[in-house]
Design a protein around this ligand. Structure first.
Ligand SMILES: [Zn+2]
Length: 420
């Protein structure tokens, strides 16, 4: 195959000889260029930009109670005033519950809106049996449920994300590429959505997060060997979307929101993901199932279904608009809305053709996910063929350059706009 030629190589260790197995930029020109680009990319942002060194992850969003345990020394404070509630060498399992007066902590009713649980460095928190690094903020919400936010360093967060987002038996270079994309994506979320009580959720709506319990050696090594490395486009941070399997070609990020920049314009040819179990898929959709799904959705009933077809496709061939003809009315949906209606697990991607067969429609599809940015299965194959993490990233996000947070932490980071 033709080697993908990165437009701005990330393959720093090969060029600078900083040793095999690392792509952490040294004090090289590429980092300096990235920083210089930051310096000229506009007026400095307000110094109120949230710290890029840690992140707030909503790990429980609306549960009436949680179980909490701390192995090792800890301090529990009131969230608003910082008053000491409890301190100790270890906290045996206690049930924390939202009650009308405030928060029930075991048998004790605390008249507070929230708690902060701070373990000492060697101690570990378990929340509902899941071990988490960092500290916890537990807030009582108006509907008498709890919001639990894990305040954790960005690097520790990534250890808990990567083990969920990538199989640990994949080659090291693809794990590094995913670590860098995941770090960049998390930072983008932190710097653009840092209003409210958390930056990201701990589920697939942001990036799947398993905490310390889910960590694996190989994925942790990928996070550690790329510590602090992110990718930028002309010195600006952008959302490095990624997905499981593109099925042939990546998609333009406009399907995700108001994004139009070189690394996210899609059109990257990728047949490298053909080993993915989802490179091709087929689904039979009975007309009655579509009618039923519509009836119980916000769209409402459109009567018995007579036709279903893709009426507009994106440049990469994905369904941009589908038209469903019912007995009573005709409905047009985006590819995303159709997947949301029928289930993302059932309609694995918007890249499909439709064939009517008796009382059903047969969808012949390709890929899993939205198709924007890096294709993980394709990236894994490129790593197997000897490409470095930097080359893989430059292939799927054309026009990028690396930077290290170590060099950026004391200055505001320029972020692209866009409506997520
Ligand atoms: Zn692919």
């Amino acid at each position: 195959m033709r080697r993908p030629v990165p437009s701005f190589p990330l393959d720093i260790d090969r060029k600078q000889g900083t040793g095999p197995g690392t792509i952490v930029p040294g004090p090289g020109t590429i980092v300096l260029l990235a920083v210089a680009a930051l310096a000229v990319s506009g007026a400095p942002r307000a110094s109120a930009q949230p710290s890029p060194e840690w992140i707030r992850v909503a790990v429980v969003r609306e549960d009436p109670e949680v179980s909490l345990q701390v192995q090792g020394r800890f301090t529990i404070l009131t969230l608003q005033t910082g008053n000491l509630i409890q301190q100790g060498k270890r906290l045996p399992t206690v049930v924390v519950r939202a009650v009308p007066e405030g928060i029930a902590f075991g048998g004790e009713i605390l008249r507070v809106g929230g708690l902060r649980v701070e373990p000492e460095p060697q101690a570990t928190i378990s929340l509902n049996g899941r071990r988490l690094r960092g500290a916890l903020e537990i807030r009582r919400q108006r509907n008498q449920t709890l919001l639990v936010v894990n305040r954790v360093s960005l690097e520790d967060y990534l250890r808990g994300v990567l083990s969920k987002e990538a199989p640990d038996y994949w080659p090291p270079e693809v794990l590094k590429a995913i670590a860098i994309a995941a770090r960049t994506y998390a930072l983008y979320q932190r710097l653009t959505k840092a209003s409210g009580d958390y930056d990201v959720t701990g589920d697939v709506m942001s990036q799947d997060y398993g905490g310390e319990s889910g960590e694996k050696d190989a994925t942790t090594r990928a996070v550690q060997s790329t510590a602090g490395v992110i990718i930028l486009h002309r010195g600006r941070l952008f959302p490095t979307f990624y997905h499981s399997t593109c099925g042939g070609m990546t998609e333009h990020a406009r399907v995700m929101g108001d994004y139009d920049l070189e690394p996210l314009r899609g059109g990257v040819a990728c047949t490298f993901c053909s080993a993915s179990p989802f490179f091709r898929w087929q689904r039979r959709l009975p007309k009655a199932d579509i009618a039923w799904a519509l009836r119980k959705s916000v769209h409402g009933s459109i009567g018995a279904i007579s036709d279903f077809r893709v009426t507009k496709r994106t440049a990469s061939g994905r369904a941009q608009e589908v038209t469903i003809v019912g007995e009573r009315r005709t409905l047009r949906l985006t590819g995303f809305d159709l997947r949301s209606l029928l289930g993302f697990e059932h309609i694995r991607s918007p890249l499909f053709t439709v064939t009517p067969v008796a009382d059903s429609f047969v969808l012949d599809g390709r890929g899993w996910g939205h198709g924007v940015g890096m294709c993980q299965w394709g990236a894994a194959e490129l790593a197997r063929r000897g490409f470095s993490a930097g080359e893989i990233l430059a292939y799927y996000y054309p026009g990028i350059a690396p930077a290290n947070l170590r060099d950026l932490v004391h200055q505001p980071i320029d972020v692209i706009g866009g409506t997520p």
